[in-house]
Design a protein around this ligand. Sequence first.
Ligand SMILES: *Cc1c(COP(=O)(O)O)cnc(C)c1O
Length: 434
Amino acid sequence: MNYRSTRGAGPVGLDEALLRGLAPDGGLFVPAALPRFDETAFAGLDNIVDIGVRFLTPFAAGSRLEPALDAICRDAFSFPIPLRDLPPTQAQLGVLELFHGPTAAFKDVGARFLAACMQRLDRDRDDPRPLTILVATSGDTGGAVAAAFHGRPGFRVVVLYPDGQVSPRQAHQLGCWGGNVLTLAVDGPFDACQQLVKQAFAHARISQEHRLCSANSINIGRLLPQAVYYAAASLWHLRRHARPASFIIPTGNLGNALACVLARECGLPIAEIVLATNANRTIVDYLGSGEYAARPSVQTLASAMDVGDPSNMERLRHLFPAFATLSDKVSGFSVTDEEIREQIRLDATRRGETWCPHTATAARVHDRLPAAQAAQPWVLVATAHPAKFHEIVEPLVGGPVPVPPALAELLERPAKAERIPADLDALAAQLAAH
Ligand SMILES: *Cc1c(COP(=O)(O)O)cnc(C)c1O
């Protein structure tokens, strides 16, 4: 399989697309053609590893990763991803729980898959120096990337986060690794962290000396494994309920939802795809008007979705160049902070379910569907465990949210970060000293 840039460059193979992250013309890599699976393609396959290998085989054709795909999927899908049916009401409703990984959010899936791929791609090289994965984070991504590369030989991870601007549990998840993970608390906002990372990549000597490499969320190696859980969930649903599932997906940069679109375009049994955003309305307004207007992000309770210019929009528009087609393929609704609060309260009493603020946007959108649409079978996509956002959720549900074992284990470890000013010399000194 070849990959092309959304802006025209390419084609390149999967290996190069993975290692580059961003295409040389600044675009995002997309598959040059999509495989089409018919109904029998997954016959007899039930667990996510087997479904993943079958789904990803055409995407890895011709890559050095193709023979290792089975091992890579075993490595990446190493925690449960259950599709749980809620007790039946008038209509079928399920929850796809993507938060059972080491950092309790769906980004673990993509980060682990990318790490498993990069480890195998780098093995053939002669250079004995480790690759340095350099990542700026506003909270969630950095932890998932650190967890995914922690302890992998041939890699080190350097995470930059804005000092004092992430939640205490997030700071802990960033700083608790040790070993091959270096955590830097930068004196400045998230934008300054991102700026520092860009400067380091652009600096030829720093970039080469430390073999800098990106594990950015726009990497095609994070998108493909996300399509796997939609493939698996759609098959499980069809087998259980004899009807295709529709998905409601909490959306920020559109990476998670785009993976669902990709799975459906490959022939998987998925009916509707609905995007749930917070008060950042860029996508919803675009779907309403056909005019795309990026805007500054606003802060909300569902902070991992505070995005004003979603990066994967470029992939969605590339996939469906005609707006009429695009707006037929997905719909979107925006949810306010007040509605997020209300929904968390409501579903704790009504359903006995505790949502994280992101998942609550999807639950809210489901409640708002017109009756005829709500009568179809739906799946809410749960992107994070509520314990990750306990300071928001606990007052609303009126009690403690039990911490899942993987997260509890991280929170018990000591955490540590080096404080640095927001300048390139300070970052370079840290890179050289560790
Ligand atoms: C990143 C994230 C999202 C948004 O996912 P996108 O792929 O950026 O749309 C939603 N919920 C949680 C918990 C996240 O960490």
